[in-house]
Design a protein around this ligand. Structure first.
Ligand code: ANZ
Ligand code: ZN
Length: 857
């Protein structure tokens, strides 16, 4: 037997797989399909352990599906546009494409060394014009459907990346990429109207049974549906008089989920960015303090405002509005906790019900009117019959936000209050009746800001013409190519590049200017998985028949950090392309596996700056790729965070060596290195053989079920148990004894084949080598049928039962699974004989497979 040498085996087999075109999936076949996909990486250079484990999960799933008889689509590509390439280009005074394509080559080699089963004929690289051309085409289709808009509004600006960001890319007030604090700027930008799909994106989460609950929850929260009402307040003139005949200009609308609290509104708030603010205070004594507040509010981030827990600031505008429910005049303030782009940017403040309003009222000494009380509130008895007394001097430690009964609320007094309560419904109905309010639904989700002021991205195919306005680039002129001669190091941009922007208007033919913003790279990653189904199409992004044939993706695998961003955008793209008639399904990813982070041994995130990145390459160089694969899989359940610790690697390497030797031994090819020691007593030997024969079925059943649930670590543990049983067996029977007996020969062959096949998706190199070299078979295990099992024999032959006395655990016993009840009870009594001695057994309960409970007194 030759020694296990991964460094010789692995490259040789990788080449053989490639030459055989093993992983190229046929265009058509009658086999059922499985589309296994891992999120395509950013070409950042070296592969790290997080990548390695993510792609290993996918590779096991893909290889397993293939052995189950599926046609498997398992592609890979690169999310190749983005800022790091630009930064690298500036640093090295070169071009982003150079850095990008070099890194792609490096990563591709790493993937090959890991033995991943990608169909490289289907590679998609986002910065290839053949690909980004279709991203532009999709943009034009979205535009035709009214899903593209260009508008001016306050947007998130990252000063360090020198570009705007989508809301989803601002994480706790900071840039998702570089962690700088994000500023607000008023800019004209391009948007995809994802809000048109807000309700469907929320509703269809219910279809996603194969998604982790926490991801669906995060998306639901992000979409943030609120049922409530718009309520119109009337603006008084500067003297404080309500207009006799209010016009549209006199109306300020608020969005509230708590119309039931309308009688408790004691002041009115505008967001600092509200266009109304400067108009209200112009030329008055309030102008200066209000405008100062507006200036200061720019420093309060959107997140701080949404959370509302920063120190609140406000300023009185000198103006009043009339509450439509009771005609009360309330003062209008500007407050820095009001968000400009939620609801209407104006709020009816109810300090007794809302914590933020409560704090604000306390700080600026504004009235707090109790209008909703719990029955046990000490104020309740004195207020429940009150109609007109405004209690401004409540001495509450905090706002009363819970549900309760309405008090001091005119005809609604005594009704239940709260979100979607009786009181709320009654008040909204009354407002609708008088035309002062309307039921509405608000979403927290905002339109997706897709324009970026960066070079290395997909150019937005639009043209600005002085006569015709903003017009689309005609389809036949796509792609709008990025110019290659750009000097980023010298500060050149698409906007300053000589030549790029110059064009003629496709409508009127006059000189015009090309749009110089590029698209958010998340637009590239929103449909790449569709392109894989038809990657070379030069007439369309993909042929609908091909996409519908392969999609939806059966198993998608990637990091939890994309829970909202990429996964939400992709769901949106899928729905729009469906509505364009190109897809016949609603959701792109049927099953989603979100892997937890791989942390270093001290629980720290691996990062270049910390210098704690563990590189798979170094470990491959020492132990081979199969050891890296099996070890990453063994670290723990994929969804959990995992601590990387090198200490376990030698153990895994040893296991592979043991497997190598066992399979050779079972095949009669171990020679001197047979595991046989000396024949034990015959009954011991027979037991070892019987156990192995049973284990073989049990383990196949368990490994199949485990891989299907992505429990790779327990699958490996089960294979190790089978290997242990094989070891005991091989130690008990000499190669000669086994060779002389047909029963042994059959068992040997079956177990050898089973071991090799079970391990094939996990450690594809060593198993292919064993398959060909030790077992003398041809071809590769990829596509060999997965081992079957006999459920009868797979049943555990012995089970452990808990023995309780009056519900308290006293002992554990092992019994054969098919032991009759009477014998089980006898065994149980015997196990606790001491404890029940002298007592009367009143009752015995037997729960098969779990416990026996003896009631003895
Ligand atoms: C009166 C009221 C009374 C409110 C009460 C709440 C409690 P969700 O559930 O998140 O949709 N609001 C509306 N627009 C706002 C804005 N642009 N900036 C800050 N706050 C805003 O929240 C809806 C509630 O948030 C609305 O209902 C409004 O305050 C506030 F006891 O109106 B409420
Ligand atoms: Zn024109």
């Amino acid at each position: 037997m030759k020694a296990y040498n991964p460094h010789e085996i692995e490259p040789r087999l990788q080449l053989a797989w490639e030459e055989a075109g093993l992983f190229c999936v046929p265009e058509s076949s009658d086999a059922p399909k499985k589309y296994v996909l891992e999120m395509f990486p950013y070409p950042s250079g070296d592969m790290h352990m997080g990548h390695a484990s993510n792609y290993t999960y996918g590779d096991v799933a893909a290889r397993y599906a293939k052995m189950q008889g599926f046609d498997v689509l398992h592609p890979m590509g690169w999310d190749a546009f983005g800022l790091p390439a630009e930064n690298a280009a500036v640093k090295h005074h070169s071009h982003p494409a150079l850095w990008t394509y070099q890194n792609i080559e490096t990563q591709r080699k790493s993937f090959t060394r890991m033995g991943f089963s990608y169909d490289w004929d289907r590679k998609v690289v986002a910065c290839d014009p053949e690909y980004y051309r279709w991203g532009q085409w999709i943009f034009l289709k979205f535009w035709e459907r009214g899903l593209v808009e260009r508008r001016n509004s306050p947007v998130n600006w990252c000063p360090s990346c020198a570009t705007v960001l989508a809301n989803e890319q601002v994480i706790e007030g900071r840039c998702w990429r570089c962690d700088s604090e994000v500023e607000k700027r008023d800019l004209t930008q391009w948007y995809y109207k994802i809000t048109d799909y807000a309700q469907e994106l929320l509703d269809d989460l219910d279809q996603l049974e194969g998604w982790p609950e926490r991801v669906k929850q995060q998306q639901a929260n992000w979409i943030g549906r609120s049922e409530g009402a718009n309520v119109d307040f009337i603006l008084c003139d500067p003297q404080g008089n309500a207009p006799a005949e209010p016009t549209e200009d006199d109306i300020i609308t608020v969005f509230t989920t708590r119309a039931d609290t309308l009688f408790g509104c004691s002041f009115f708030l505008l967001a600092p960015e509200s266009k109304l603010v400067p108009q209200l205070v112009a030329g008055t004594e309030y102008e200066q303090p209000v405008m100062e507040l507006v200036e200061d509010a720019k420093k309060v981030t959107a997140v701080q405002r949404a959370q509302g827990d920063h120190e609140k600031h406000g300023a009185f505008t000198g103006r009043y509005v009339v509450n439509p429910i009771n005609g009360e005049k309330v003062p209008v303030w500007v407050a820095d906790y009001i968000v400009a782009d939620y609801g209407t940017g104006a709020v009816m403040a109810v300090p007794c019900g809302d914590t933020r309003d409560f704090e604000f009222a306390r700080k600026y000494d504004l009235p707090i009117i109790p209008i909703i009380l719990g029955d046990d509130d000490p104020l309740y008895p004195s207020l429940k019959d009150e109609q007109n007394r405004v209690v401004t001097e409540v001495d509450w430690p905090e706002a009363y936000a819970a549900e309760g009964t309405l008090v001091q609320s005119g005809p609604y007094t005594g009704m239940a209050g709260g979100k979607r309560s009786e009181g709320e419904a009654a008040i909204v109905a009354a407002l609708e009746e008088t035309g002062r309010g309307k039921r509405t639904v608000e979403f927290r989700l905002r339109d997706w800001l897709i324009s970026r002021q960066r070079y290395w991205g997909n150019p937005i195919p639009a043209i600005h013409c002085e006569t015709c306005g903003v017009v689309p680039v005609p389809e036949e002129d796509l792609p709008v190519r990025l110019p290659e001669d750009i000097d980023l190091a010298a500060g050149e941009t698409l906007a300053t590049h000589a030549g790029f922007a110059e064009c003629t208007c496709p409508v009127c033919g006059k000189p015009a200017r090309r749009e110089t913003d590029t698209m958010d790279t998340f637009t590239c990653s929103s449909w790449y998985y569709m392109r894989y189904t038809d990657p070379h199409n030069i007439r369309a992004p993909f042929d609908p028949a091909k996409a519908n044939g392969w999609m939806p993706v059966d198993q998608y695998i990637g990091g939890i950090e994309h829970a909202i961003l990429h996964l939400l955008y992709s769901r949106f793209f899928t729905k729009v392309l469906r509505d364009l008639g190109m897809l016949d399904f609603d959701e792109p990813f049927t099953n989603l596996l979100c892997q937890g982070m791989v942390l270093d041994a001290h629980g720290e995130v691996m990062s270049k700056s910390k210098g704690n990145v563990v590189s798979p390459e170094a470990i491959i160089a020492e132990y081979g790729a199969d050891a890296v694969r099996i070890y990453t899989l063994f670290l723990g359940p994929p969804e959990k965070e995992k601590l990387w610790n090198d200490d376990g690697l030698p153990g895994m390497y040893k296991f592979l060596n043991r497997l190598w030797r066992q399979v050779h031994d079972l095949a009669g090819k171990a020679g001197e290195e047979t595991l046989f020691q000396e024949a034990p007593a015959p009954e011991v030997a027979v037991k070892a053989a019987q156990k192995l024969a049973r284990e073989r079925h049990r383990v196949v059943q368990k490994v199949s079920a485990d891989i299907e649930r992505n429990n790779f670590n327990t699958a490996i543990a089960a294979i190790m148990e089978l290997s242990n049983a094989a070891g005991e067996y091989l130690r008990a029977f000499s190669p000669d004894t086994r060779a002389a007996c047909p029963d042994h020969r059959a068992l040997d062959a079956d177990v050898a084949e089973t071991l090799v096949k079970l391990m094939a998706p996990i450690a594809p190199h060593i198993t292919d080598e064993l398959w060909r070299e030790a077992l003398g078979r041809e071809g590769f295990l990829y596509g060999e049928p997965w081992p079957t099992f006999d459920p009868e024999q797979a049943r555990a032959d012995e089970v452990e039962l808990a023995v309780q006395i009056c519900g308290k655990l006293r002992a554990r016993i092992m019994v054969a699974a098919d032991t009759p009840e009477a014998d089980v009870l006898a065994a149980a009594r015997e196990a606790v004989a001491d404890a029940i001695e002298g007592k009367a057994v009143k009752k015995e309960v037997y729960v098969p497979g779990r416990l026996v409970n003896i009631v003895a007194v």
